[in-house]
Write a protein of this length. Structure first.
Length: 85
C-alpha cells in the first residue's frame, strides 16, 4: 500500500504479508482493512482509496450482510471507517 499527495507524488509506503490460503477477494478485503487501519493510525483525513478488486469495490457501495469471511472483513472496514462506506 502506498500514499500519494494531491499532486500524485509518492509520500509513504508500507507492506503487509500474511500466509493463509484464502480466496483472492478475501485477501483484497484484508488488504483494504489493513490500509484503513494504517491511515487511521496516521490520523489522515480526506483520503481516497483505490482497489482493482471488483468485489471489494462493489461491496463498498452496497449493504450486503452475510456471515462469510469476506463480508465480515468488509463490515469491519465499515466499522473502522464509516465515512467512506
Amino acid at each position: 500500500m502506498y500514499i500519494r499527495d494531491d499532486f500524485g507524488e509518492f509520500v509513504l509506503a508500507r507492506t503487509y504479508w500474511f500466509s493463509p490460503l484464502c480466496d483472492i477477494a478475501v485477501g483484497e478485503a484484508v488488504g483494504l482493512h489493513t490500509t484503513l487501519e494504517w491511515v487511521s493510525n496516521l490520523q489522515f483525513n480526506n483520503v481516497d482509496f483505490a482497489s482493482d478488486c471488483h468485489k471489494v469495490v462493489e461491496s463498498s457501495h452496497t449493504n450486503v450482510n452475510d456471515n462469510n469471511k469476506f463480508c465480515c472483513i468488509i463490515n469491519a472496514c465499515r466499522h473502522l471507517y464509516p465515512d467512506i462506506f
